[in-house]
Design a protein. Sequence first.
Lengths: 324, 324
Amino acid sequence: MSKFDEIIKRSGYSRATVSRVINRSPHVSDEARRIITEIMNELDYIPNRNAVSLSTGQTKQIGIVTAMIDELSLTFINQFMDTAMDYGFQTIVYMSRGDQQTEMQAFEDLRSKRVDGLLIVTCVNDPHELKSYMHYGPIISWQRMGNDDIPSVAMDQAQGYRLALEHLVSKGYIRIANVFGRSGSLNTHSRREAYEKFMNSRGLPVWREAYQYSVFSSSDGEAAFRHMMEQGERPQAVLCSNDYAAIGIMSEARRQGIRVPEQLAIVGFDDTELSRVLELTTIHNPIAEQAKQAFYHLWRVLGKERLELMPTALDYRLIERKTT
Amino acid sequence: MSKFDEIIKRSGYSRATVSRVINRSPHVSDEARRIITEIMNELDYIPNRNAVSLSTGQTKQIGIVTAMIDELSLTFINQFMDTAMDYGFQTIVYMSRGDQQTEMQAFEDLRSKRVDGLLIVTCVNDPHELKSYMHYGPIISWQRMGNDDIPSVAMDQAQGYRLALEHLVSKGYIRIANVFGRSGSLNTHSRREAYEKFMNSRGLPVWREAYQYSVFSSSDGEAAFRHMMEQGERPQAVLCSNDYAAIGIMSEARRQGIRVPEQLAIVGFDDTELSRVLELTTIHNPIAEQAKQAFYHLWRVLGKERLELMPTALDYRLIERKTT
DNA sequence: TTGTACGCGTTATCAT
DNA sequence: ATGATAACGCGTACAA
């Protein structure tokens, strides 16, 4: 006999009334509540979540899919967790470590009703394959994925990029080297386009030869800068796709005796903790706000509210520090 | 009607036979298997895990409790995940971010049968309170917790510490400064004791004035070294409780123009990736092996096999590089 | 406010 | 090899 039945038996009340007490329904007499609560405590009772989930069809649990947890994704994840908790949802992390099969576990768990919804922070499986899983429950992604089959809270990074360009040009930096991330990514495409359009609109030369790709970490940044130095024509400024790359460039430049910002301006992206410490000019990326929106998206869908992709009212912001 | 029932209806077979096919029981005719499998595919069927768990009383899921995920814990977690997967167990991460209530979620999930067992990587709740949760399922910890109420796969760090001391003294370094982590921790106690006993056994002076505590990160290491320099008598060697601290000390020493290892020897602890890159002499910590043992512990208990704390046959190893 | 009766989706124990 | 039937632990219309 389960503890639940034991409570029913000892209290003399029915299954429904016991259930009401457990779920804090107001339609219970004080006496019933008192008696049943007491027995619950005696028995060290706690509901079996599998049974609850089976019965209600909900787990109140949201899975977070990510390959790794670094500083940037952590900002996002933390805010998401807090928001989810505010709404009574648990979060569990599916850390794939870049392994496709491990990652699929999360999606299969959505399918088999282990989680109510999924937040994709990083994803290594093909978005097109994943698309079909949206059928089993709401999925939201941080970054845009492929053909937008899966909705995301991503913002167009071109907006932030233009801010940086505006800033650099207004300060007189014309020969700007662009340092990108993944060469085929939507963000890179968007940034590159923003740069070219901007330069054209100002009648300034577009410096395609200086494009560099796959610069993610600070050591990538160091290598990238060394590469620049070997190319003859030096940039007046470097615009990076993330703060780490910028930090690598900054330290390598200084190591080579180049003064920042007098001889070289550097602009990062994201406004991470580290950029603050190292006084790097950067673009503030409203990550926390995006995380909130990500949860709201899932929540609305779970609540069966009709929902179109919400209007993103978030903005990038230039943070001027000591590298420009 | 559930898909399960739909399969029963369409195939004409019974509930039991369908279940057998799902669970790959050999006691099914080929024909039955073929027919039922086909219908399962048509229906895009997948078992509801809540129902399965409710029925079997097992989730085949293990929770990993941790405050944060850094390089060191990641080594441990990765190996644990791989091992668990080999044995057919899923793992999910409960990232508490240092919040007690958030962390309790994991323990309550053990209690409410959401996970079969728990691995504690980092823990912010009182071990004494947590002890009672062992009643609901197996719990294993990486580090030792309090009075060993909760079993752990931790090794006595004194063993590794002695290795380092032996090495330093054999190289002629006598005036050794000890840099510890949390002052009240079992590890710190064990290290300090190892140091004092070792020095006494060699008839060498014990240098208590040079003890430093709460040195965790590389910036802590920098500060610690600056502090040493202000104290007059300089150490010949510094022995650290982790590689990061050692790296901080190394960089600060070099910044001050002190040559390593000629004027100052430095030994780290853990043998992290970074220590390899920076050529730091350190103690290899068999973390991956500990992770395996952690899983085996849970697995044996879950399998109802009788189990005493397994004999730890793991060993520390000195890795000599360029800082001694 | 309380109780009855059924459903949630699956496994497991018997028989046959 | 297959099939009834009973768990598993709980929520919830609906009725009282």
